[in-house]
Write a protein that binds this ligand. Structure first.
Ligand SMILES: Cc1cc2nc3c(=O)[nH]c(=O)nc-3n(C[C@H](O)[C@H](O)[C@H](O)COP(=O)(O)O)c2cc1C
Length: 362
């Protein structure tokens, strides 16, 4: 079931969700795209491995991003598409989008805030024809962004990612909604999908093309993806299950923690981004809850809403520590499906499994 996005073919209806910091870089994204899906590089503090990161973090992030996009595109060999995930709440949001577009990325996907000005930023890069997509948490946000882009820029999203309350990382829902969803209350993703499909329908008609909607957040497998595609979704975005692959850019320590995680180890944290987030209950989380976490000593000003004088911890540092496998100091983001990942695999195995399950669920 191929999907056409801004005139480009996506052979498989599978997106790999962006995972910052450093969990989905060019290696994972390139491998997913090489299999015919959409691989996504997270732009969040992606230059942390550059030799001059401590001295010039902003320059290092953009230089690394340019290289990562080019490497992922080379690895994809034209099979699938390469995207970036840029969080609106980051101070380098617009710079990251411009850098990735110049490097030839196929799609720009933006969450952690509504990307109201994304088409304007993209228009500053002549010749770029990348697909632009917001991540939304329901029909209201989808309608708002379609109206805004239509009115201001004469265009609409090329696709939409609908992320429900079972996702990993930052959530566009309250702590209570996230907890209730995790406690097994009736899954709202299909209700949210209905709303989003209704919201985009008038704009599809006005512009005469599809606005494919991909569901994300706790989608277990290809059989569940089938339920959503039967309902009108173009496909699904997966993230947590791609962490336990050989190609994932996280260190083995992160993958190991995920493999060992049980459902009761997953918790909701309040992130310095100002949103709740889903993560493993690591020692850092316990220290923050107990008020025992020392304040950060250094700030690279990566997030618009974060004030280092009041934040309980530096989220970029904690995510880099997690990526490096540091259980004591890391913030280990994960989705509700973390407890179900039990074996290290490869991207190819994951993609084949999802597609087999999807076909067999007919
Ligand atoms: C470790 C991790 C990091 C994430 N980081 C980001 C991020 O930087 N930006 C973003 O928009 N979403 C982020 N997400 C959300 C995913 O892209 C994705 O939409 C969601 O987790 C999909 O649900 P699943 O993990 O249950 O498959 C993250 C998820 C995980 C597990």
């Amino acid at each position: 079931m191929a999907v056409t996005i801004r005139g480009k073919l996506l052979p498989l209806p599978i997106l790999q969700g962006g995972m910052g910091v450093g969990i989905s870089l060019d290696r994972l994204a390139g491998a997913v795209a090489a299999c015919g899906g959409m691989g996504t590089i997270s732009t969040a503090v992606g230059g942390f491995l550059e030799p001059d990161f401590a001295r010039d973090p902003r320059g290092a992030n953009l230089r690394a991003l340019e290289r990562q996009v080019k490497q992922a595109k080379a690895a994809a060999k034209g099979a699938g598409l390469v995207a970036i995930n840029a969080m609106v709440a980051t101070t380098q949001y617009a710079d990251s989008v411009r850098t990735a577009l110049r490097a030839g990325v196929d799609a720009v996907v933006c969450g952690a805030g509504l990307p109201r000005d994304l088409p304007g930023i993209a228009a500053e890069v002549p010749g770029s024809d990348a697909a632009l997509a917001p991540i939304v948490s329901g029909g209201r946000a989808a309608a708002l962004i379609c109206k805004l882009w239509d009115r201001r820029y004469g265009r609409v999203p090329d696709f939409v990612v609908l992320e429900g309350p079972l996702a990993g990382g930052h959530l566009g829902f309250s702590r209570e909604e996230a907890r209730e969803a995790q406690a097994g209350h009736p899954k709202p993703l299909s209700n949210l999908l209905r709303e989003v499909l209704e919201a985009v329908a008038p704009f599809q008609e006005k512009y005469g093309h599809d606005i494919p909607v991909f569901v994300a957040g706790g989608v277990k497998d290809g059989a569940e993806m089938r339920q959503y595609t039967d309902q009108g979704a173009a496909g699904a975005q997966f993230a947590t299950r791609f962490i336990a692959t050989e190609e994932c850019d996280a260190c083995d320590g992160y993958k190991q923690r995920l493999l060992e995680a049980r459902p009761e180890d997953i918790t909701i944290v309040q992130s310095p981004v100002g949103m709740p987030g889903r993560a493993l209950r690591s020692p850092l989380i316990r220290r923050v809850e107990a008020g025992a976490q020392p304040k950060p000593e250094r700030c690279i000003k990566c997030l618009v809403p974060c004030d280092y004088k009041t934040t309980p911890y530096c989220i970029s540092r904690a995510l880099i520590d997690a990526r490096n496998g540091d259980w004591e100091n890391g913030l280990f983001f994960c989705g509700t499906n973390a407890g179900e990942v039990s074996r290290l695999s490869t991207v190819r195995e994951q993609m084949d499994q999802i597609m087999d399950e999807w076909r067999n669920a007919r």
